[in-house]
Design a binder for this molecule. Structure first.
Ligand code: CMP
Length: 139
């Protein structure tokens, strides 16, 4: 059975480009309930922990640098079928391949700076949400 939460982050360049309001509006209009939200800043160490799965990838250091350029907006979102529906809303990882009208197509600068993160599984949604929020802040 699909869980009903996902984790998302608006990435630093999208914050710099002042897209927070437009992105949050799209998320709410798509039927997601914001359960927890905070603007915060990642250190190199914390960004490395969050993206540890990519540690061996050639883009790991660049990814960490992009994630530490400015604040991020971390949030936990609730909706039936949250993980899959949210990935549809944000579009493909590479904005060049993202469908028209998706968040990444509208607001990403590049593959490395693709505006927003969305969990890729129910299991990771819980892990990622717990990286930023206490259980009491989410539920
Ligand atoms: P995200 O969904 O946050 O998960 C990992 C991030 O790594 C991804 O978005 C992209 O921003 C980045 N990424 C994934 N693949 C590549 C790649 N081939 N080159 C550079 N960055 C990438």
């Amino acid at each position: 059975m699909a869980a009903n939460i996902t984790f998302s982050m608006i990435k630093p360049d999208a914050v710099t480009d002042k897209h927070n309001g437009a992105i949050l509006k799209m998320i709410e209009e798509a039927g997601f309930k914001i359960k927890a939200l905070k603007m915060t800043k990642l250190t190199d160490e914390r960004a490395g922990q969050f993206y540890e799965v990519h540690k061996e990838r050639p883009f790991y250091n660049d990814l960490k640098a992009v994630m530490c350029k400015n604040h991020i907006v971390a949030m936990v979102l609730e909706k039936e079928n949250a993980v899959a529906d949210f990935r549809k809303l944000i579009g493909a990882t590479n904005p060049a391949n993202a469908d028209a009208g998706t968040i990444r197509k509208l607001f990403a600068r590049s593959l490395e700076s693709n505006a927003i993160h969305g969990s890729d599984s129910d299991e990771n949604a819980l892990i990622e949400a717990s990286f930023f929020f206490a259980q009491t802040e989410i539920f």
